[in-house]
Design a protein around this ligand. Structure first.
Ligand code: ZN
Length: 171
C-alpha cells in the first residue's frame, strides 16, 4: 500500500520517514518532521494547525515547545503562555502550583500524562489513546478531567495529541 505523508501528502520513504506506529502524525516525511521539530515555535505551530485535534510539541523533561490552535483552546491560553512552560503549568495541574512545580510532587510519579510523555521520550515507543485523569486547579477548586493521550516521538521531540476531554465536574 502506498503511504503518503499526512502533512504534505508526498510519498513516504519507508527507510527514513516516520510511518509505522504513528498515532499522532499518521506518518510524516522527514522534511515535515524537521519543519516541526527544528523550526521556531511559530513555524511548528503553523504545521500543527493542520491537525484539528489539540496537539502539543514537547521536549526534554516535559517542556512545551509549541501547541496548535485547538491545543491552546483546550488549555484556554494564548500560545505565548504555553511556549517554554512545563506540561503541568500549561494544563494548570494542581501539583504544578505547589513547591517544586511540575514533576516534583509525589503525585507526579503517578501522572499518566507526564509518564506517557517521558516514556515516549525515553524509548521512542508511541502511545495510543492512553486514558489519563488530571487533577486540575480551577477557580471552583480542584477537579478531575479525563483525557485520551497519544504520543509519538518525532526527531527527539514528542508530539502529544489529546483525543477526548470530558469534564467530570458539576454532573
Ligand atoms: Zn511531509
Amino acid at each position: 500500500m502506498r503511504r503518503v505523508c499526512g502533512w504534505c501528502k508526498k510519498d513516504l520513504n519507508p527507510e527514513q520517514d516516520h510511518i509505522s506506529d504513528a498515532p499522532v502524525t499518521h506518518g510524516i516525511c522527514s522534511s515535515c518532521a524537521l519543519q516541526i521539530t527544528t523550526g521556531t515555535s511559530r513555524s511548528a505551530r503553523e504545521m500543527l494547525n493542520m491537525v484539528e485535534e489539540p496537539v502539543f510539541l514537547l521536549g526534554q523533561g516535559g517542556v512545551m515547545h509549541a501547541a496548535n490552535r485547538s491545543g491552546c483552546q483546550l488549555v484556554g491560553k494564548e500560545v505565548d503562555a504555553v511556549v517554554d512552560r512545563m506540561l503541568g503549568e500549561v494544563f494548570e495541574c494542581a501539583e504544578a502550583g505547589r513547591p517544586g512545580g511540575c514533576g516534583m510532587s509525589i503525585h507526579c510519579s503517578m501522572c499518566t500524562m507526564r509518564n506517557t510523555l517521558l516514556e515516549t521520550l525515553d524509548t521512542g515507543n508511541s502511545a495510543s489513546k492512553v486514558p489519563a485523569t488530571r487533577n486540575l486547579g480551577s477557580p471552583e477548586g480542584e477537579r478531575d478531567v479525563h483525557f485520551l493521550i497519544s504520543t509519538e516521538q518525532v526527531d527527539g521531540r514528542i508530539l502529544m495529541k489529546i483525543d477526548e476531554v470530558n469534564g467530570s465536574d458539576d454532573s
